[in-house]
Write a protein that binds this ligand. Structure first.
Ligand SMILES: C[S@@+](CC[C@H](N)C(=O)[O-])C[C@H]1O[C@@H](n2cnc3c(N)ncnc32)[C@H](O)[C@@H]1O
Length: 403
């Protein structure tokens, strides 16, 4: 029977705040950019919830709708800007009707994402599609569906997925008939599956997990975990790494942000962003770094941390950033777009620093004569050589390693 997990909406938890800000702070610049393609944006919140938490805080639907309203008001492209927003929920369609009533042209779908998404995306060829996928559990996340979305019918398609990676490890152990242990009983409070008894040791359950993971690579991770070769942290890390690699068969740029509430604790889940556009990847990397500041505050209870840590709680100092930037950009032996090179950097190393920090190192490398840079426009309005090291608003930058 479908489980509603009502407690989720009583009050907004800190990690929901991080998740919502990751969505909202990405959507703002994304909307501004995507409307300039002059193709409609089709936004689907596939597991939308109630729209609003019982404590009055906005849920993902209200966050997105406010951004769309402002984005449309600010976009000056002769009446061509169009956003169609749809919200699917299995249990809360009537709450959505009430909570979103102030917004016009909103589509609310009562049902399961897996049963309704095809119909919603039918006839949307040539549109820009953004899917927000925030389920409680993992069972509805069929990986081949994500492949299908990327098969070229849309002008662009981006996914932001909440993947309960540690939940997957738990399910994997269950399906392989192995013991799963976790030290903190409350750990899974927020990871309640909507049909928790569906998976067992049958071949059908094994196939379900293969479909979610997009392959059977997860089995050897479970073997290593239950055989004591790796601990739960590593199992979650390996699974997430390989899951992102699997998604990158259909989406060139896949980034993820681990959400753990205390430093050193198991990752609660990962927010995974998949896109075929380098600008989207760079935008999301910056967003992950900014949201990481908020998560770090939550993790440390507001206390200052001495060292600069990345999203995996690893120390990343200026010297490490310079070393990695040099290592990566020294591979650019042909003229390459800066944004593309930055996006590949983030895929290789993760969102370890903001794009601005990469730009600082690149400017130093340019000054030292290691990097050649073509800027367009090459001169400022006052006729001086341009110095910018970021693209957008009509500025383009190409770079090439010289020595
Ligand atoms: C984590 S909550 C979403 C929270 C929402 N993103 C927010 O910020 O307010 C997951 C939602 O998915 C709904 N749900 C569960 N199974 C579903 C399915 N198969 N298809 C669509 N919605 C589903 C639940 O009713 C629940 O409201």
């Amino acid at each position: 029977m479908a489980k509603k997990n009502d407690d989720f909406f009583v009050e907004k938890k800190p990690w929901s705040r991080v998740k919502d800000e990751l969505l909202g702070c990405y959507l703002k610049p994304y909307v501004a950019k995507i409307l300039h393609t002059r193709k409609p944006l089709v936004y689907v919140d596939c597991f939308a919830g109630k729209g609003k938490f019982d404590d009055g805080n906005p849920g993902s639907p209200l966050i997105a709708l406010d951004i769309f309203q402002k984005g449309l008001a600010e976009t000056k492209i002769d009446g061509k800007a169009q956003i169609g927003a749809a919200f699917i929920d299995l249990n809360y369609a009537s709450d959505l009707e009430t909570n979103l009533s102030a917004y016009s042209g909103v589509k609310i779908v009562s049902g399961a994402y897996e049963d309704t998404i095809d119909e919603l995306l039918k006839n949307k060829c040539g549109c820009n599609v953004f899917l927000y996928i925030d389920p409680y559990g993992i069972k509805a996340l069929n990986c081949s569906k994500f492949d299908e979305f990327a098969n070229g019918q849309f002008n662009s398609v981006e996914l932001l997925i909440n993947m309960n990676s540690f939940g997957f490890i738990r399910e994997g152990c269950r399906v392989m008939g192995r013991q799963f242990t976790v030290d903190d009983d409350s750990f899974f409070d927020d990871l309640v599956e909507y049909e928790p008894t569906m998976l067992d040791t049958s071949d059908k359950s094994m196939e379900t997990l293969n479909q979610i993971a997009g392959g059977d690579y997860w089995k050897s991770i479970i073997e290593q975990y239950t055989g004591g070769k790796i601990d739960g942290y590593k199992a979650e890390e390996y699974f997430s790494e390989q899951y992102c690699q699997r998604l990158s068969e259909s989406y060139t740029y896949v980034l993820n942000m681990p959400i753990r509430l205390k430093a050193g604790q198991h990752t609660k889940y990962r927010m995974i962003h998949a896109t075929n556009h380098p600008e989207g990847c760079v935008l999301m990397a910056e967003n992950i770094c900014n949201r990481w500041e908020l998560l770090k505050d939550i993790q440390s209870g507001g206390q200052m941390t001495l060292f600069q840590e990345d999203i995996n709680n690893q120390i990343v100092d200026d010297a490490t950033i310079r070393e990695r930037v040099t290592e990566h950009f020294s591979q650019c032996s042909e003229w390459t777009s800066l944004t593309e090179a930055q996006a590949v950097f983030f895929i290789k190393y993760g969102a370890i620093c903001k794009p601005g920090e990469i730009a600082k190192v690149l400017k130093a490398l340019e000054k030292e004569g290691h990097l050649a840079v073509h800027r367009n426009p090459s001169l400022t309005e006052k006729g001086k050589p341009s110095r910018f090291m970021s693209e957008g608003h009509g500025n383009t930058v190409s770079i090439k390693w010289v020595k």
